[in-house]
Write a protein that binds this ligand. Structure first.
Ligand code: FNR
Length: 360
């Protein structure tokens, strides 16, 4: 591809060429048959919407707020681990791109840069994603380090009591250097039982007994607002609200956990209805186009998070690549809003699409 990439899919191809196969497969792959991986994207494609015409769209304002923090568009960077497999600057490059694009970065617990390095690299608004490990003290230490370093929220991932079966990683005997953010806290020297060293590490460290009541424990170690990431049902959304979380992320972990779980866009409306506007609902999984963002907003999401597209940009062109990916999606969203008669994100509503073929 000699010319500059013009969409996220072209960045994916650049990343494929730039990365070792083992690392590209790790970033790109999903669980087992990868049915949900395909569905995350296909379900977006099945949705169409009817534009409204003769609306003044001479000025489009994509800005919004997420948990009260202003962003230039309803797009956030999803937490993904091990950014140095993509680029030597790792999460620092990603954070700088977030700052340049005026958007929020959720940083993964399993980052190749420390929370301190990321915090001191730029003024991006940052959330910190965590799992709860058998070693609660390790979770507490990292959450508190994030809080001390100006991270604004904790994103607790709740769909990973065990790691999903990622067959590409098993075949490739996926191995990666210890994430620097965990240095001195958790050893990744676990011995693999199925070929993937990451799977063995996860099995040894993640706490499969984690329950709703444990969110109270997390709250006892931080004063930051807590979002739960990985909710796919109205029932769990209601439980999360009852327990007092600040927000919900509708997510299937980019289809890396439970294969044949629903595509996220197909359950978004159920969760949004259950939440009734009381707390923000974010969504991730399969967002590759500005039109996907428009669809998610029309079905009630406050914003979308993007995972792999950021990694593709980072692998292909470092910080510049991440910025390009985000700006591309922003440009596409802006055009979609103009062509469908929505000058602001508030204008993108389910009722705006009443009578359309928007069927999730
Ligand atoms: C992830 N994801 C993830 N989620 C999380 O809560 N903590 C993590 O450390 C990671 N790590 C991770 C690594 C890689 C390589 C990928 C692709 C994904 C899931 C991520 O936050 C998000 O839910 C999905 O990536 C969203 O789907 P898309 O945008 O990749 O389709």
């Amino acid at each position: 591809m000699a010319s500059e990439p013009v969409n996220v899919n072209e960045f994916q191809e650049l990343a494929r060429r730039a990365l070792l196969k083992m690392y590209f497969d790790f970033y790109n792959g999903g669980a087992e048959d990868q049915h949900t991986l395909r569905e995350n994207m296909e379900a977006f494609r099945r949705i169409t919407f009817q534009p409204r015409v003769l609306v003044d769209v001479s000025r489009i304002d994509m800005s919004t707020t997420i948990l009260g923090y202003p962003t230039s568009a309803p797009i956030m960077i999803a937490p993904t681990g091990l950014h140095k497999l993509a680029h030597p600057e790792g999460e620092v490059a990603t954070a700088r791109a977030a700052a340049a694009c005026n958007t929020i970065m959720a940083m993964s617990f399993s980052a190749d840069c420390t929370v301190e390095e990321v915090a001191s690299s730029c003024n991006a608004i940052r959330f910190f994603q965590t799992y709860v490990y058998k070693r609660r003290d390790v979770t507490a230490v990292l959450v508190q380090r994030a809080e001390r370093n100006g991270f604004k929220a904790i994103m607790l991932t709740v769909d990973t009591p065990r790691l999903g079966r990622r067959e590409a990683d098993i075949k490739n005997k996926m191995i990666a250097p210890q994430p620097k953010n965990l240095e001195g806290l958790l050893s990744t020297e676990a011995v693999s039982d199925n070929g993937s060293k990451l799977a063995a590490f996860a099995a040894e460290t993640l706490d499969p007994s984690l329950c709703w009541k444990d969110i109270d424990w997390l709250r006892s170690v931080t004063s930051l607002p807590i979002l739960v990431k990985g909710v796919l049902t109205a029932e769990d959304a209601i439980k999360a609200m009852e327990i007092g979380v600040a927000g919900i992320v509708v997510s299937n972990h980019g289809a890396r956990q439970l294969d044949y779980s629903p595509a996220t866009i197909t359950v978004l409306e159920e969760v949004v209805r259950a939440v009734g506007g009381k707390i923000p609902v974010l969504i991730d999984g399969g967002v590759r186009r500005g039109t996907d963002i428009f669809k998610a907003l029309a079905l009630g999401a406050q914003a979308v998070m993007i995972g792999r597209p950021v990694l593709y940009g980072l692998a292909a062109k470092g910080e510049y690549g991440v910025r390009s990916v985000i700006e591309m999606l922003k440009d596409e969203l802006e055009l979609t809003m103009a062509l469908s008669g929505c000058p602001t994100v508030k204008d993108i509503t389910r009722s705006h699409d009443k009578g359309s073929s928007l069927e999730a």
